[in-house]
Design a protein around this ligand. Structure first.
Ligand SMILES: C[S@@+](CC[C@H](N)C(=O)[O-])C[C@H]1O[C@@H](n2cnc3c(N)ncnc32)[C@H](O)[C@@H]1O
Length: 277
C-alpha cells in the first residue's frame, strides 16, 4: 500500500458512515431532485447567472488541465461547464437521482465527467491530495457538518490547491434569521420592491427549513434544510483547518437590470477562495 493510501485508510477508520442527519437531508434532495433539476434547467437561475456564476468563474481562474472536484454538484451544470473549459472534472453529490440526472445530461455532450454518489462530509471515493481545485457552489449552507466538509476538502486537495465555495450571504440570509420587508409589486419586473432588510438573532446558528418554488410557482415536494452560521464561523473554520483565505467576494449583479434592485443594495451571496497551505 502506498504511503498516501495508508494515510487515507487510517483517516477513514476514524470516521463514521452516513449518519441519521445526512440520511434525512439526502431524502430531501432525492424527493426534490426533479423539481431542482427543472429549476436549474442546465444554466442556473437569473441570480446564479447574473450575480454568482461570473464571480465564481473569475475566482476559479484558468481550469484547463486542472483536476477539479465539484463537491455537491446538483444536476451538474457547473461540472459540465468547467469540463468544457478543459478541466478534468469529478463531481459528487449525496443524491443518487441528481447524479443520475447529471449523467444523462452529460451523455448529450462531447465531454466526460466522473460522477459519483458521495458525501462531502465524508468523501469515501477520493484518496488524499487528488485535486488542484475544489468548487462547492451553494452547498455548505445546506449541510450540518461544516467542520467535516472543510477537513475533507483540505484532505483531498493537493498542497497549494484552491477551494472556491459560495453561500447565501450569512448576514443577509433569508434562509435564516433575515427577511426583506416588501413593498408594492413593480409591474415591470413583477417583483416586489424592497423597503428594508430585517436581521435578528444573527448569532443563533441553527437549522431552518424552507420550501423552494419551481419556475411555475409550485412548491417543491419537500422543504430544504438550511444551516445558518455567522461569517466568522466560516472564516475561522477555514483558518483552523489549514487554509489561507485568498479572496472574499460579495458579488453584485453584472448589469443594471431593474429586476435586481434589491440585490444592488445588499449582497445576496458570499464567495470564498482559499488555498491549502
Ligand atoms: C443548492 S444545491 C447546489 C447544487 C449545485 N452545486 C449548483 O450550484 O447547482 C445543494 C446540493 O448539495 C447536495 N448535498 C447536500 N448535502 C450533501 C452532502 N452531505 N454531500 C454531498 N452533497 C450534498 C444536494 O444534493 C444538492 O445537490
Amino acid at each position: 500500500m502506498g504511503q498516501d493510501l495508508e494515510k487515507f485508510e487510517s483517516f477513514r477508520r476514524d470516521r463514521f458512515p452516513l449518519n441519521i442527519m445526512d440520511e434525512r437531508i439526502r431524502e430531501q434532495w432525492e424527493n426534490n431532485a426533479e423539481a431542482f433539476s427543472s429549476l436549474i434547467d442546465g444554466e442556473g437561475t437569473p441570480h446564479h447567472r447574473k450575480i454568482l456564476n461570473p464571480c465564481v468563474e473569475k475566482l476559479l481562474g484558468d481550469v484547463k488541465d486542472k483536476k477539479l472536484l465539484d463537491a455537491g454538484c446538483g444536476e451538474g451544470y457547473l461540472a459540465r461547464y468547467y469540463a468544457k473549459k478543459g478541466a478534468d472534472v469529478t463531481a459528487i453529490d449525496l443524491s443518487q437521482r441528481l447524479i443520475g440526472a447529471s449523467e444523462q445530461l452529460t451523455d448529450n455532450e462531447d465531454i466526460t465527467v466522473d460522477y459519483r454518489v458521495d458525501n462531502v462530509c465524508y468523501i469515501e471515493s477520493v484518496p488524499n491530495a487528488e485535486f488542484d481545485i475544489i468548487l462547492s457552489n451553494l452547498v455548505l449552507l445546506n449541510i450540518p457538518c461544516l467542520d467535516d466538509a472543510i477537513k475533507e476538502f483540505h484532505r483531498v486537495l493537493k498542497v497549494g490547491g484552491v477551494l472556491v465555495f459560495s453561500i447565501v450571504h450569512p448576514a443577509f440570509n433569508f434562509y435564516g434569521p433575515g427577511s426583506w420587508q416588501m413593498g408594492e409589486r413593480n409591474p415591470k419586473t413583477k417583483r416586489r420592491e424592497g423597503i428594508y432588510f430585517k436581521v435578528d438573532r444573527y448569532f443563533e446558528e441553527k437549522e431552518y427549513e424552507r420550501y423552494w418554488k419551481t419556475k411555475q410557482g409550485d412548491r417543491f415536494p419537500e422543504p430544504i434544510s438550511f444551516f445558518h452560521r455567522t461569517f466568522s464561523t466560516y472564516l475561522n473554520t477555514l483558518i483552523s483547518t489549514g487554509f489561507k483565505l485568498l479572496v472574499l467576494e460579495e458579488p453584485q449583479p453584472i448589469d443594471d437590470d431593474s429586476f435586481f434592485e434589491r440585490e444592488r443594495r445588499i449582497p445576496f451571496f458570499a464567495v470564498f477562495k482559499a488555498q491549502k497551505i
